[in-house]
Design a protein around this ligand. Structure first.
Ligand code: GLN
Length: 317
């Protein structure tokens, strides 16, 4: 297998185990920084003293450090997987209902929806993810079953399941998501009942997975559409490229510019503290630290990705 990065960088030169150990030592000095996602009560009390990181090469080899096997709720990272399911089901028709532009606004912003007539800016803001969830519900039969099956086969972990406590807690405090869903519905851009869309959305956000599961779950985006975990072609190479482009421009919300600047890799964050990132054609990775910055991205996760891309030179730029 050709493990060369398109830029000519030979990944065999990297001692990934050593790089991850160095990053782990550095982040430990900063434990306690950031704040957990306290607007979801079940996440408010997570201690800020755990960090995990895992990377998966295209041949399936895993490197990991810290609490890489500790499960957490994947939150908005799931938007990558539901986007994949929706594009698989309806193709480019999705873009009639969701745009592909960076928002510059927070992940749960309502602002653009009114003057853009209920068309969310991109599939990774909550508004866009709700429309994507609606498309999955309408077009994928047993949507819950389909999503679970997708996650389990992509990650190779048959035990992936929903953390019901977190799902209930999100539903109890999800006033903004309820407002977003009703607002989008008022423009006719949700076809299913608001309650059904939110139920499915909270299920996807509350899936409990660890860093190794998650790094594997986006392997197909590092593999030109091919998932080495399941041995399946999940999407075309063209679609993998496009999903990576969306992750680069919108995957970390109003910090996407900073991520391009400091990390230089397509990435998708979640308020559970996880961030997945992809080095196209080379590897996928996931970091976890539950303290968030003011944009809702894992503070030390972002630092770890920055250090990783600097130490390896693996940036798309
Ligand atoms: N479930 C979270 C929410 O809807 C997901 C947000 C996120 O991870 N950025 O607020």
């Amino acid at each position: 297998m050709d493990l060369r990065f398109p830029s000519g960088c030979d990944i065999a030169q990297h001692d990934f185990a050593d790089i991850l150990e160095t990053i782990h030592a550095e982040v430990q000095l900063r434990f306690g920084e950031g704040r957990p996602a306290d607007y979801i009560s079940a996440l408010a009390t997570v201690p800020l003293d755990g960090f995990g990181m895992a990377l998966v090469l295209r041949d399936g080899q895993v490197f990991e450090v810290g609490q890489s096997r500790r499960p957490f709720t994947i939150q908005s990272i799931s938007k990558v997987h539901t986007l994949t399911l929706a594009l698989d089901a309806v193709g480019d028709d999705l873009w009639e209902r969701v745009d592909r532009e960076p928002s510059g606004d927070s992940f749960n912003s309502l602002i653009q929806l009114e003057y853009e007539k209920g068309i969310p800016r991109n599939p990774f803001m909550n508004a866009g993810a709700l429309v994507v969830a609606d498309v999955v519900l309408s077009n994928c039969g047993d949507a819950r079953g389909r999503l679970l099956e997708f996650m389990r086969s992509r990650s190779g972990n048959a035990d992936v399941a929903c953390d019901e406590e977190v799902a209930r807690s999100e539903a109890a405090t999800g006033h903004r998501n309820l407002a977003l869903a009703h607002f989008i519905k008022s423009y006719g851009n949700l076809h299913n009942p608001v309650e059904d869309v939110l139920d499915f959305y909270y299920l996807q956000c509350s899936l409990s997975m660890d860093c190794v599961d998650l790094a594997r779950s986006v392997q197909y985006l590092a593999g030109n559409g091919h998932c080495s975990v399941s041995g399946r072609d999940v999407v075309s190479g063209e679609l993998a490229t496009r999903i990576n482009a969306l992750m680069m421009t919108a995957g970390t919300y109003d910090a996407a510019g900073d991520f391009a600047f400091y990390v230089g890799l397509p990435a998708k964050s979640g308020v559970g503290g996880g961030i997945v990132a992809v080095v196209p054609h080379v590897l996928s990775l996931c970091v976890w630290y539950p303290g968030l910055d003011d944009k809702g991205n894992s503070l030390l996760g972002r630092y770890a990705l920055h250090r990783f891309s600097r130490m390896t030179g693996l940036s798309v730029f």
